[in-house]
Write a protein that binds this ligand. Structure first.
Ligand code: IPD
Ligand code: CA
Ligand code: CA
Ligand code: CA
Length: 259
């Protein structure tokens, strides 16, 4: 299925190459900054059609219109994000990706994430390792928080989080070597597998944002879980912490210490 997922993604990517069509039909969803384009829908439709034609019994769950509502564990489910990083797609035409995660019986089996502008294809199969453009990614070695580069969006310091959490975040930002924010969760998670980031924090992600990257993370021995112990993965919206295990543990303890 990995090769099929790569073939589907590569074909769908052609739809996104033409800069002339990328700015057409920009719409908003929850608020004025939550962008969606006709190409988000087009890629979702293309991927869903291909998956359903090739694997009629498989389920498809994607951001732009969920084909299948429920996701029973004993059915192979494809989680697709047709464009992860739509804001970047519209404004910058870089740092966006198409992401696919194939899960079965509660486990991530295949993950494929394609950054078409950088021409970087991240892929992983459970038990067979993770790869970037065919080159194997090695398990992460321990990193101390003081030397860590973490993916962190400054907006978490002003919105959504409560005062205590904001203070914990501020201390983490102070204690790490540097923060980065690329604006595409699937890529930021894949960058942990590739050793470019040591951790990534997000207060609100959906399954299609991380279902593919999760396979890369587990194949490189990195941690991936809800940031707060009261959250559950694969709910509609969930906090997320991923990272090299040492950094992961340090951040997790800080965020879940009795407050
Ligand atoms: C978003 C991006 C963004 C993250 C948001 C996601 P979208 O996905 O990954 O970096 O902070 O939480 O929803 O909407 O561009 O597919
Ligand atoms: Ca979106
Ligand atoms: Ca997304
Ligand atoms: Ca998206």
């Amino acid at each position: 299925m990995k090769d099929q997922a790569i073939a589907f993604i590569t074909e769908a990517a052609h739809r996104l190459y033409d800069p002339a069509i990328r700015k057409l039909d920009i719409d908003t969803k929850e608020d004025a900054d939550d962008l969606v384009t006709e190409n988000d829908f087009a890629v979702q439709r293309m991927l869903t059609k291909k998956i359903k034609e090739t694997y009629p019994t498989h389920f498809v769950v994607g951001e732009e219109g969920r084909h299948d509502k429920s996701t029973p564990e004993n059915v192979v489910t494809w989680y697709i994000d047709p464009i992860d990083g739509t804001t970047n797609y519209v404004h910058q035409y870089m740092n966006f990706a198409i992401s696919i995660g194939i899960h079965y019986e509660g486990e991530g089996k295949v993950g494929v994430i394609y950054d078409l502008i950088a021409d970087e294809l991240f892929s992983a199969v459970q038990g067979e390792g993770a790869y970037l453009n065919g080159k194997k990614l090695h398990p992460r070695r321990p990193v101390d928080l003081s030397r860590a580069i973490i993916g962190f969006n400054a907006r978490w310091l002003v919105g959504r989080a409560d005062a205590t959490t904001k203070e914990v975040f501020a201390n983490i930002v102070r204690d790490v070597r540097a923060t980065r924010s690329y604006g595409a969760a699937s890529l930021e998670l894949a960058y942990i597998a590739a050793g470019r980031l040591d951790a990534y924090i997000n207060m609100r992600l959906s399954p299609w944002d991380y279902a593919g990257a999760m396979v890369l993370l587990s194949e490189t021995d990195a941690g991936c879980a809800p940031l707060f112990d009261h959250d559950t993965l694969f709910k509609d919206s969930c906090s997320m912490l991923a990272g090299e295990k040492n950094v992961f543990e340090d951040i997790y303890q800080r965020c879940n210490a009795d407050q």
